[in-house]
Design a protein. Sequence first.
Lengths: 287, 512
Amino acid sequence: MNFKHKYFFLFPGLFVLIGILIFPIIFVVRLSLSGWNSYNPGLDYIGLENYIRLFTDDPRFWESFFRLSFLSVTTVILQYVIGFALAHMVWKDIKFKRFFRVLFLVPMMTTPVIMTVIWRTFFHESLGPVNDMLSVFGVAPKWLTDPVIAKFTVIIVEVWQWTPFMFLLLLAGLLSLPKEPFLAAAIDGASPVRKFIYVTFPLMAPISIGAIIIRLIEASKIMDTVYVLTSGGPGTSTETSSFYIFIKGLREFQMGYAASMSFTYLIIMIISLTIIAKVLTKLLLKE
Amino acid sequence: MKIIKTCLTAVISSMMIFSPMAYADKWSDQFPHIKATGDIPGDCSYEKMSKKNYKGKTLKINTHAIPVMGEPTALHAEQFEKLTGGTVEVTHTPAGDLYSKAMVPFQAGQAPYDVVFGFSNFINDWKRYLAPVPKKYMNSPEMKDVTKSHMGVSSWDGTMYQYPVDGDRHYLKYRKDVIDNPEMQKKYKAETGKDLKVPTTWKEYGEMAKFFNGWDWDGDGELEYGSAEVMKKDDLMFAAFFSRSVAYAKNPRTPGGFFFDLETMKPNINNPGFVEALTDWVEATKYVPPGGTNFGLGDEIGSFGGGQTLFSFSWDDAFIAAMQDDSPIKNKVGAAPLPGANKVWNRVSNSWENQYNQAPYIVWGWAVGVAKKSKVKDMAFDYLCFFSNGANHQADLAIGRFGVNPFKNSDFDPNIYINSMGWDPEIANSYTKTLLDMEKSNNRVFPLRVPGVFEFTSAVATGTSKALAGQLSPQEALDEVAKEWEAIVGRVGKKAVQDAYSVGVKMEDNKL
């Protein structure tokens, strides 16, 4: 058999890879060097003009990036804590274990846009049921119209929607853990808390790192929740990078500039997620 | 001569109102939507369309989500299919994505949709991809009935690219049962020392809205509020802001541009007139219902139409919703021109003129065009002509959620609303008079229709929403908008924006 034949078998995969991954990235880079917009459609060449504008004259992009960092880190931490607690709960032999396992997955199976519309109705400050119930206690939070509270409303919806994903990964991790360390801990008479701290949590560290990174990647693309719930408002208080890029690209049709923001954002995310993964590995897998 | 003209107008109006009876049985049995009038004779009536044969042809339409404009598009598509035998495929798209959904394939040289719905201010960006409306439709009696303002809004420098299906303007809606109530008038006078009347300035509007905010003034057991307004960021809020600005910033004695100084293309958006309007608007956050600063157009329609607020201003839809048979406040609302102001900014002398000023805002509205690359242009134009034929148009006008508003001269006959929709004659008269007076005004403001219009309006939405959220003061917010506008003009090219803007200025200065 001719050794070169192996390349022939690589071609189909390579073509797909070029078509769906390499070409779009190259196209975005080329687009980012053009001034394509509604009145000037086409791939003209304007050099680094878009990047210069982004780094020197667009504080809104950087504000939205720091806001995104806050929202994604907060939601992922909450999702991890709640997801781990729920997974731990149904990992043990409790009544209706199967029922709870399915129940906890329901939010993830719903369509994010539809669910956000429902949440928006819940949080509607004059017509929604949440403030109606809270009025019994004499409080009526401005869920969607206060710049600070609106951020937490976005966090609540994101945590509700995506904690099941974290739950699923962590439950799979828990179910795959070896039994021996737990038997040894039981023979030594370790309490449930000690067992969790010294056995379960360390054993779960590799899976936790993977789950956190996957969720961070997803959370950093948060768009539909913001779009439906607040449109980035009040003011720009819930505007995230992806929503801002969407506005510039598909609302204002500044395709070239939006491409430069997307590419910059991609580079920043690759660097920051690499650093986060390294830090988490160092912290959780030190032994 | 005048008598003959008057008689002729009366005869034509009577024909338009009463002639449907001849066809009422035949077509309204089959199409209950037009049961109030039956078919109305015309170039694109049910009768005429039934003689067309589009079997084997498919018309593809991109329209807004249901219900506003999306529902009548789908309904008339279904009727059109039954009448002509053709196939009509309707795609529904959220308002914010209508522009890009058509623009992306347009720029790529494709025409996935034959008919594209959007807003009339897209015209400058879209016109090179749209087919002009053919002469035979331009010369039809239905088209001759379209008001001058709306012919202008649908056209670019004399060529019509958008088929008129809707007419939009912003005006004031108020609770007539409260404002005209002697007890309320007495209470208001006793507590404020002022008369309770239809507000003619934004300051009066604010005072009354504040007074009627947060208490049950109609005795239904629920709290009511001062005003419902479109304040949600990026949800048409820029149009609401312009409605509040025209009173302070559209000075009939300083022609040559409301949004920009046409000569220099320097933005006017941060001059004291606009700042005063934004200051009023920030104040308005205190008298809107809870969550009112996150109200989009749908929320505004639901809030005022559902009887939650004393005032509202924007498109017709909230008024029509309030006057529908299922509304709790049917025949309890009134229409009036947008409030004015007791001072107006003179951008030439850089000073306030202390005299009353009011300016109607002929705001952009729904518009629809046929793609130049469409292979079924005849079918597409016939569909649009059918959409807005006499019977469909009158039936659509009566349904608030449809978003179809008056744009024909014959729409200003109050009898349509009294006879077909059961409106109180006084309300029907005030409604048609309000709309008609806007047509007659010489101090109108038209929507900004320049290349890259979305960049300009998006900058306004961002700036004003920052002021409403308390992130910036009104002056700071509008300075930011002005800076952004200057940058956009620089990117697009001063000449391109200036040339396009001059067309709008001609309309505002009554030269077109």
